[in-house]
Design a protein around this ligand. Structure first.
Ligand code: GLA
Length: 378
């Protein structure tokens, strides 16, 4: 979390006086990738990095935003149907519009915000931004929407105002997370449970490839379209309701690419269930084994990896890491690694050395601390 006093100072110098301060986090995901929009399971938790915002209603018809990290400002009126053209500000504009559509009387406000989720690392800085404003504006303008509804407002913002047809995982995690716990969400029913995450003898660490991951205008939507084509052919609402037998029976009617993508998704739904069971037994080696299988599927069948991420996962295996895989949408960003304590230091040291030798740039380790979800700080 960034220094919220600096944020308040910045608010005071720009708008004068004081404001309420809110925070919403980015997320990790242990396993269950590209399963959310297929009605499957995901296993996320929040990180302690996120977006913080100082916000105060201004009694006028205008919203005034200042993105401290970017040094950029923007103003718009919630009643304006076009909204800002700068994608960054469309996240906030979309949240405002969707809250109003859900019956929250959002009026003009002033806000200064910033964060410490590395951008393009696949840790969902955009969901953190949406969740922070959705939670804050609902609170400040007297709305009574529950956290799942607020998460859906963030997701709708991605769909309608940014153009990414994402699932619900990131916004769900940012809204519902609890310190020290991962969550298993059934994306078909919306039901979820908390799993205390205290892996005795192990640590979770992300390694940022520093290849910028960007889902806007990326092949992310194409992956989703493949899944929807296969589901339609199989006569089910989402791939979660398809079986491997059914998929095999459709083999000749599908492109090789759609077939491989659907095969990955069906395997991943099973792996999340296997990981839930393994966690119940405290079997972290099995959790790690499933993580490697996920990476293979994401790389070969779903084709959302890149040479840098494949290298990081291969190196993790060589260095005796229990489990590693690319995390999030793919096309860059981070790997998530489950590492036994005694291997941790050597892993990070060696990994950084070999990555630089291979690609000529640094990768960035990010130790994971599991934090709380969206909230008002003061
Ligand atoms: C992005 C999306 C999520 C999810 C992941 C892949 O983070 O926002 O909804 O689909 O990719 O698991």
């Amino acid at each position: 979390m960034i220094d919220t006093h600096l944020l308040q100072q910045s608010f005071a110098s720009r708008f004068g006086g004081e404001a309420a301060v809110f925070f919403a986090p980015g997320r990790i995901n242990l396993i269950g990738e590209h399963t959310d929009y297929n009605g499957g399971f995901v296993f996320p938790g929040a990180v302690t990095q996120g977006i913080s915002a100082a916000i105060r209603p201004n009694g006028k018809p205008t919203v005034n935003l200042y993105a401290a990290d970017l040094g950029r400002a923007c103003s718009f009126e919630p009643t304006d149907d076009e909204g800002p053209s700068d994608t960054h500000f469309r996240y906030v504009y979309g949240v405002v519009r969707e809250l109003k559509a859900a019956g929250v009387e959002v009026q003009g406000f002033d806000a200064v915000y910033g964060g410490d989720v590395p951008l393009g690392a696949g840790m969902s800085s955009s969901a953190a931004l949406e969740s922070c404003f959705a939670y804050a504006l609902c609170d400040l303008f007297g709305g009574h929407l529950d956290r799942m509804t607020l998460a859906r407002i963030g997701q709708a913002t991605e769909h309608k105002y940014v153009g990414v047809k994402c699932g619900i995982m990131d916004q769900f995690a940012s809204m519902h997370a609890r310190e020290g716990a991962l969550m298993r969400l059934d994306c078909r029913s919306g039901q979820f449970e908390y799993f205390p995450w205290h892996p005795d003898g192990y640590r979770l660490v992300l390694v940022n490839s520093c290849v910028k991951h960007e889902l806007v205008g990326s092949p992310y939507n194409e992956r989703r379209a493949s899944c929807e084509r296969v589901a339609a052919l199989a006569g089910v609402d989402t791939l979660r309701d398809c079986t491997l037998e059914k998929l095999s029976s459709l083999h000749s009617k599908l492109s090789a690419q759609d077939y491989r993508r659907a095969r990955y998704v069906l395997g991943e739904v099973e792996r999340v269930i296997a990981v839930g069971d393994a966690l119940g037994r405290g079997d972290y080696e099995e959790v790690g084994r499933q993580m490697y299988l996920t990476h293979e599927g994401l790389s070969r069948d779903y084709e959302v990896s890149c040479p840098e991420l494949d290298f990081l996962v291969d190196e993790a295996r060589r260095l005796g890491v229990s489990g590693a895989r690319l995390m999030g949408g793919g096309f860059g960003g981070c790997t998530v690694n489950l590492v036994r304590n005694e291997r941790y230091d050597v892993f990070l040291e060696e990994m950084q050395r070999t990555y630089r030798a291979r690609f000529g740039v640094a990768c960035q380790p990010i130790p994971v601390v599991i934090g709380d979800g969206a909230r008002r700080l003061f």
